[in-house]
Ligand binder design. Structure first.
Ligand code: EPU
Length: 420
């Protein structure tokens, strides 16, 4: 098994370049199933989840050619609209093929994802949405099958009980080929949804209102190929911002879209971090003064992202005072807290509230990663800790952070992959 070994306490200075967003690249790959045309996607991060999605769409019948961050996808007429358990079990985002396959092939058979370390994460809103577009949903042998009526999906009104990111993306991809108008109400407003809408428009789709909570789609008969560059990963950006706030001499984070980080930057500044928007694509962070505790509640965009909650908790162990961190998006997303405690952090958990008392000197030890962002939190804690930290189960990290060890080593961290 591989683990990450970190020698803590090193100052971080220099440049880090951010990769394309995993959570924007996943729906983009899936959207390529909507056309026989050639879809060329740039800035695709080389991480495990992306390789899984590529295998999934290849398994369905598309050809995928990848070369240094560019993916060319062609999904000809011979598609088998099935997402098997072997692939879905390793990546929940596989349900993103439901909408495009139901729209393009009139049928989609997708293994039901099981539970997940951060919550039960059902896909009921995806299914409810497909029903609103006329599909019939069946469940057997652990699979969900969506079947469109004879003439294909028809436009409809999809009202989400709460905003869902992949649910909105999935329904957007279903609606673009449905007959007539669809309205997505209480839709997710995340930048990744907007990036998908931008790609779909380049393919010929008619979409308005993405980035707001009401999205209107006028279905078209067919879509064509397109070329598109994926947005920078705002969560990777935020993770390195926090590294800089904990240990930064001057850390310059490049190739980013600062606007997508607004809620994170606002909270970090409130905590005393020095962050400068140097230009349209560069953020600079320094650790020049003591940090103070601030409270954070995770919310859908434009609120504070749940995908930054674990990393922010690591930051708050280094801030003076008491920080209340409330998680409202997922029901079980504090698995990193007991591991931080093992490193010396003072954290109490009460339901969806974590109370972090700082500042504590963290000390290195062996810790276990439970999910992608929890892993990032433990890496940050390891960078700030005294002595040696070994983060186990790094396969979680490899699902979503491209070249993390190289990027951190490049700015002065002592971090390497070891066999344990
Ligand atoms: N939900 C339902 N029913 C559904 C769909 C969602 O009850 O049909 C619930 C979820 O259980 C959760 C809430 O709605 O409590 C919001 O979940 P959402 O659907 O927005 O999450 P997701 O689309 O499954 C994406 C990201 C996650 C990120 C969340 C929230 C991708 C591939 N994944 O998941 O990213 O945490 O949105 O922003 O885009 C990560 O990258 O580490 C990650 C977990």
């Amino acid at each position: 098994m591989k683990a990450l070994q970190i020698a803590g306490g090193r100052r971080l200075s220099g440049d880090i370049s951010v990769s394309g967003a995993k959570n924007a690249a996943l729906p983009a790959l899936s959207a390529s199933l909507l056309t026989t045309g050639r879809v060329v996607l740039h800035r695709i991060p080389n991480v495990v989840d992306i390789r899984t999605m590529s295998r999934l769409i290849e398994n369905i019948g598309a050809t995928v050619a990848t070369d240094s961050g560019t993916c060319c996808i062609e999904a000809g007429n011979d598609l088998e609209p099935i997402a098997p358990y072997e692939l879905v079990k390793t990546m929940r985002a596989s349900s993103l093929v439901l909408g495009p396959l139901a729209a393009r092939c009139g049928r989609a058979r997708v293994s039901l994802p099981g539970g997940c370390a951060i919550g039960s994460r059902p896909i009921d809103m995806h299914l409810e949405g497909l029903r609103s577009l006329g599909a019939t949903i069946r469940q057997d042998l652990g699979y969900i099958e969506a079947i469109a009526p004879k003439g294909g999906l028809t436009g409809g009104r999809i009202s989400f009980r709460r905003p869902t990111v992949t649910g909105t993306e999935d329904m957007l991809m279903a609606a673009v080929l449905a007959k007539g108008e669809s309205v997505l109400v209480n839709a997710a407003r995340e930048p990744e949804v907007v990036d998908l809408a931008n790609l779909l428009r380049k393919m010929g789709a008619c979409i308005e209102g993405d980035g707001t909570s009401t999205i209107r789609v006028e279905g078209v008969d067919s879509l064509g190929g397109a070329e598109h560059s994926i947005i920078p990963d705002r969560i990777e950006t935020g993770t390195y911002l926090i590294a800089g706030a904990m240990l930064g001499g001057e850390l310059r984070i490049r190739d980013v879209l600062p606007d997508h980080l607004r809620p994170v930057i606002a909270k970090m500044k409130q905590a005393g971090s020095e962050i400068e928007i140097r230009d349209a694509t560069t953020l600079v962070v320094r650790n020049n003064r003591p940090l103070v505790s601030v409270d954070v509640t995770t919310r859908e965009h434009p609120g504070f992202p749940t995908d930054m909650q674990a990393q922010f908790m690591a930051l708050m162990t280094q801030a003076g005072g008491v920080s209340n961190i409330v998680e409202t998006v997922f029901e079980n997303r504090f698995m990193h807290a007991p591991e931080l405690r093992r490193m010396g952090a003072n954290i109490d958990i009460d339901g969806n509230l974590a109370v972090v008392r700082g500042k504590t000197q963290l000390t290195g030890t062996d810790v276990m990663a439970s999910d992608l962002r929890a892993s990032a939190c433990l890496v940050l804690a390891g960078l700030a800790a005294q002595g040696r930290t070994v983060v186990h189960r790094i396969y979680h990290l490899q699902r979503g952070y491209e070249r993390l060890t190289e990027k951190l080593t490049g700015v002065g961290a002592s971090i390497k992959i070891i066999d344990v």
